[in-house]
Design a protein around this ligand. Structure first.
Ligand code: ATP
Length: 234
């Protein structure tokens, strides 16, 4: 059973058809979800998390239905939104503690989280107020929050935005480490070279449907040079 199954998903906002029969599935590994502005990527991720209700179709996360069991889905899913929200008056450590208590997770004792707090060079900033963080530091705190309860599915919306080049490379290595632990990572991004460098599979979404899907590496350049891949409409 795939960790994530999306089948014929529909979502309308008034007259706007944001999702129009989106179907895709993800196994453990890195899935690069690409598509132009307004293609429906954030809408799809919000439905997977149970934040939005679909108008049609179905989603399963490790067998769980986000409509009927949103808490169960959140237990196995880690989310990095495009613009993570933080309480500016808490420190990084207090932010992690707050999220950990909601998940009943012991983040200070978690060797994997400690390792990646250091690898992302956040260990020296945990006693600082989040309100004083730089954009990149907020992004890295968001990434740590998304993995603190050891989820099996990661939904990362633009994880590389605002990160300097060495940090992008570290996040790429974090994705590899998560993959080794059996996680599926949905990487929604416009940064195509990073998708090409990191993803095992790539899906191209346009007007709320999956228009093309292929194995990496090289599938993006084939796509942009006209190879139809397994276009469901071809
Ligand atoms: P981007 O790459 O720009 O982040 P996206 O692929 O994540 O875009 P969505 O944010 O899912 O796209 O938007 C899909 C469509 O739904 C767009 O036409 C958008 O204008 C519309 N939309 C999204 N949220 C709402 C909302 N709350 N109310 C009305 N329309 C919305």
């Amino acid at each position: 059973m795939p960790l994530l199954e999306i089948n014929a998903l529909e979502k309308r906002y008034g007259r706007v058809r944001a999702l129009d029969g989106l179907t895709l599935s993800a196994e453990p590994g890195i899935y690069g979800l690409i598509g132009p502005n307004g293609a429906g990527k954030t809408t799809a991720l919000s439905i997977v998390l149970g934040i939005l209700r679909p108008d049609g179709g179905r989603v399963r996360v490790d067998g769980r239905d986000p409509v009927r069991d949103p808490l169960g889905v959140k237990r196995v899913t880690g989310y990095l939104p495009e613009e993570p929200f933080f309480y500016d008056y808490l420190t990084g450590a207090e932010t992690l503690s707050l999220a950990a208590s909601a998940h009943r997770a012991a983040w200070r004792a978690d060797a994997f989280l400690r390792e990646w707090t250091e690898a992302l060079e956040m260990d020296g900033h945990l006693d600082q107020l989040v309100g004083h963080y730089s954009h990149g530091m907020r992004q890295k705190l968001g990434l740590l929050l998304s993995i603190l309860h050891r989820p099996r599915l990661l939904l990362w919306d633009e994880p590389f935005v605002g990160l300097d080049f060495p940090s992008q490379e570290r996040v790429r290595r974090l994705m590899e480490a998560l993959k080794t632990r059996g996680c599926a990572i949905i990487l929604s991004t416009h940064v195509l070279p990073l998708v090409e460098a990191a993803a095992d599979r790539v899906g191209f979404i346009l007007e709320g449907r999956l228009r093309w899907e292929g194995e990496n590496p090289g599938s993006l350049s084939r796509f942009f040079h006209g190879d139809p891949g397994n276009d469901p409409d071809a």
